[in-house]
Write a protein that binds this ligand. Structure first.
Ligand SMILES: Cc1cc2nc3c(=O)[nH]c(=O)nc-3n(C[C@H](O)[C@H](O)[C@H](O)COP(=O)(O)O)c2cc1C
Length: 327
């Protein structure tokens, strides 16, 4: 063939479509709860409808003030936060923030939390009523239960640190969400020795999927005063330092539960990180801390994931997770 007439190899576009259980998404990249605001804030940086889904900051039944400042500190390979779940409450969120998300064409995952099992039932009931009251509610595709919060009925121990408490919270939330038909993902804590045991308890209680993982418990202390540097005392470690922990959590739970929907989260900063979590067994991934340095991070990670798949001959992103485990 003469020079100048060489045909360029036409690469098939990568099929980015994803399934999280029964939920079909255009791609597997989402925001992570608490790192993308309550509503359409990131819409100033990219088209929110271009992501698989937007996961909103965890909502409680009523407004919650959160922890005193300072709330964020850089750590060696990530960040410590002690935001303390500040939020306007699910009713105010549905009127003040949800319409902008719906207008942006986002698929929305509602994250909820509570301080008691009854609180989970209440926030579930309120969420269903509030989103049912507005046409914007149609953009809700799933509920994520943040169970990494203190249980006032168990000496403020985190629900997610005990199979009984985590299962109790999920069972209560299932009652609250009755009739909504929404998938319910239990978001678990990595600060446990038997993650698969806790995952089994929340699945038995009615969760239809798992989000793995929330932050690792951490702390920063001022050596001059010996006092914690975060206003809330301890905090949660997120970012690249957490990534291998998330990969292992996803890998182990995928082996324990071959067909359960799993969403992986922890230190996803590049498309490679996302591919790694998907190959470990996640059906979708969330991008959190990376968004603080680069507000376009979730969209960028999606682009890099697509490119990574193209370069490595992966035609369908959904095939990545089918490599390690027979499903
Ligand atoms: C500032 C900040 C606030 C967060 N708030 C929430 C929250 O409201 N609900 C929740 O389930 N997780 C929350 N998380 C945890 C993240 O959703 C995510 O699980 C964790 O940060 C690990 O992902 P990353 O390393 O990509 O940030 C928060 C994390 C950060 C850094």
């Amino acid at each position: 063939m003469k020079r100048g007439h060489q045909r360029k190899a036409v690469r098939k576009p990568v099929d980015l479509s994803a399934r999280v259980g029964g939920l079909a998404l255009p791609n597997p990249v989402m925001t992570a709860s608490g790192t993308a605001g309550h509503g359409a804030e990131l819409g100033d940086y990219f088209d929110l409808s271009s992501l698989g889904a937007v996961v909103v900051k965890s909502l409680s039944a009523g407004p919650w003030e959160g922890n005193p400042p300072p709330r964020l500190l850089p750590a060696a390979a990530g960040m410590l936060n002690s935001v303390g779940l500040q939020n306007p409450g699910v009713d105010a969120w549905a009127t003040e923030h949800l319409p902008a998300l719906a207008k942006a064409g986002a698929r929305v995952v509602v994250s909820v939390w509570a301080r008691s099992p009854d609180g989970y039932e209440e926030v579930g009931r309120r969420a269903v009523a509030a989103v049912g009251a507005t046409p914007a509610g149609r953009c809700i595709v799933a509920v994520e239960a943040n169970v990494s919060c203190p249980n006032v009925e168990d000496r403020e121990r985190m629900f997610a640190h005990s199979p009984e408490a985590a299962g109790g919270a999920i069972a209560a939330l299932v009652r609250g969400l009755e009739g909504s038909g929404l998938p319910l993902w239990a978001k678990l804590s990595p600060n446990v020795s038997d993650l698969a045991g806790i995952a089994g308890a929340v699945l038995a209680a009615g969760a239809t999927g798992l989000t793995l993982v929330n932050t690792l418990l951490g702390m920063a202390v001022d050596p001059l005063t010996g006092k914690p540097r975060l206003g809330g005392g301890g905090g949660g470690l997120s970012g690249p330092a957490l990534h291998p922990v998330a990969v292992r959590a996803v890998y182990e739970c995928r082996r324990a539960f071959p067909s359960v929907p799993i969403v992986g989260v922890g230190g996803v900063t590049t498309g490679y990180d996302a591919a790694e979590l998907l190959a470990a067994g996640a059906d979708a991934v969330q991008v959190g801390t990376a968004t603080f340095a680069d507000p376009q991070a979730p969209r960028r990670v999606l682009g890099e994931l697509e490119q990574w798949c193209a370069v490595h001959g992966v035609d369908r992103v959904g095939d990545l997770g089918r490599r390690g485990v027979e499903r």
